[in-house]
Design a binder for this molecule. Structure first.
Ligand code: ADP
Ligand code: MG
Length: 395
């Protein structure tokens, strides 16, 4: 069954009901204030609709990696302040997410009020999906809404365990929108181009393997490409490689070949003598000893761009080079421009990939910028996301 939507929830009526809204407010903090607030803004539509309908909303999220115990560095208190500013009405903050203090705060809410609970990950039980902790969360509300797409691939107490314990559960508008966009990647209009880059093969091996079967063309750039090139016996100099992944890389190369869509690996490279701005650099076909690959070369970028121009569906995750350094950002930029210019349904995911696209001001020309890097990868790989599965099975 499909997950219940906010529309269905509002049609049932939420006035006076307590709603537990699991959001992804995992924003960067600097000196106790919120840096980039994209994630807070992303969940505002869902929150506003609930509050306007008279719900009493308890917002919950994780922030950072506090290691299962309270750590003031990861307090959500500054996020409550920013959330209130963006919402245009105050958002109370409760320094606990379960127990008597949280329950008392929940009981005091009036129709249309919102409060933010302290970081869920101050309790180790959250990530362990411990049933007692899920029950403690469930006691706070009788309606549950999940809008945290970025953690939907985790079976945690607040994303999975709580769901069967509440009277009603629904997918928020952000989560629903993500799933709609990503389903178009899972059932693509063809040709379907998948572009993968970034630092580590180990992060993305599973998705490359799945895409080698599913996509018409898979282009691989970024540091990941060097492990594949090395697996083919090509010189990679002192490029970033994961030798322990070479066997896997060889298997994926063979499987892609057998499926009739051999991986498109870089045919030229920007190499540098060290990974630093201003380091000597040049474009080569073969990586010389003592040099490292820092970006795809212009011929590779043109090839990827030509594929983007032909594609009807594009999924892109991972920069093509060390884009943080301007001299090594040309490949990522060329790919970003080609994806933006393409008439394809284009989805870009991954924190660094989004940063690269936004830095170039191309965000508005991409069909969908996914707020969940890991979650979007697992979804397009064809895996079930525990947070989504829980909603689909919910009452
Ligand atoms: P995303 O956040 O979009 O999922 P990743 O985190 O997987 O992307 O990868 C982004 C990182 O990969 C960037 O910091 C970038 O500098 C790095 N990277 C890309 N190409 C290379 C390369 N050739 N050598 C070293 N690092 C690279
Ligand atoms: Mg990243």
């Amino acid at each position: 069954m499909a997950a219940r939507t906010i529309d269905a929830l509002l049609a049932d009526g939420v006035r006076g009901r307590r709603v537990f809204l699991r959001a992804d407010l995992n924003v960067p903090l600097k000196d106790g204030t919120v840096g980039d607030d994209t994630r807070i803004r992303a969940t505002l539509p869902t929150l506003r609709r609930l509050l306007d309908a008279g719900a009493r909303v308890l917002v919950a999220s994780h922030l950072g990696r506090p290691k299962g115990k309270p750590d003031p560095k990861y307090s959500l208190a500054p996020v409550a302040a920013r959330l209130g500013e963006l919402l245009g009405r105050p958002v109370a903050f409760t320094p606990e997410c379960v127990g008597p203090e949280a329950e008392a705060a929940a009981a005091k809410l009036r129709d249309g009020d919102a409060l933010l609970l302290e970081n869920l990950r101050f309790h180790a039980e959250e990530e362990k999906n411990e049933p007692g902790f899920a029950a403690a969360l469930a006691r706070l509300a009788d309606v549950y809404v999940n809008d945290a797409f970025g953690t939907a691939h985790r079976a945690h107490a607040s994303t999975a365990g709580i769901v069967p314990l509440v009277a009603r559960a629904a997918a928020g508008d952000l989560l629903r929108g993500e799933l709609e966009q990503l389903r178009r990647v899972l059932e693509p209009e063809r040709p379907f181009l998948c572009l993968l880059g970034g630092a580590k093969v180990s992060d993305k091996l599973a998705v490359i393997e799945a895409m080698a079967q599913r996509a018409d063309v898979v282009g691989v750039g970024g540091a990941m490409a060097y492990t594949f090139l090395r697996a083919q016996g090509k010189p990679v100099g002192k490029s970033l490689v994961e030798p322990e992944r070479e066997t896997d890389a060889r298997r994926v190369l063979a499987a892609a070949q057998a499926a009739g869509h051999p991986l498109l690996l870089p045919v030229d490279h920007v190499v540098a003598q060290e990974l630093a701005a201003g380091a000597p650099e040049r474009v080569v076909k073969e990586i010389p000893d003592g040099w490292l690959g820092v970006d795809i070369g212009p011929e590779t970028a043109a090839r990827f761009a030509a594929e983007a121009a032909r594609a009807r569906t594009i999924f892109w995750n991972g920069p093509m080079g060390v884009f943080e350094i301007d001299a090594f950002a040309k490949g990522t930029e060329a790919v970003a421009r080609a994806v933006a210019a393409s008439g394809a349904h284009s989805v870009v995911g991954g924190g660094d990939s989004l940063a690269a696209v936004n830095k170039l001001g191309l965000g508005a020309r991409i069909s969908h910028l996914s707020t969940g890097g890991g979650a979007s990868l697992e979804f397009v790989e064809g895996r079930e996301l525990p947070g989504v599965a829980a909603l689909e099975r919910a009452r």
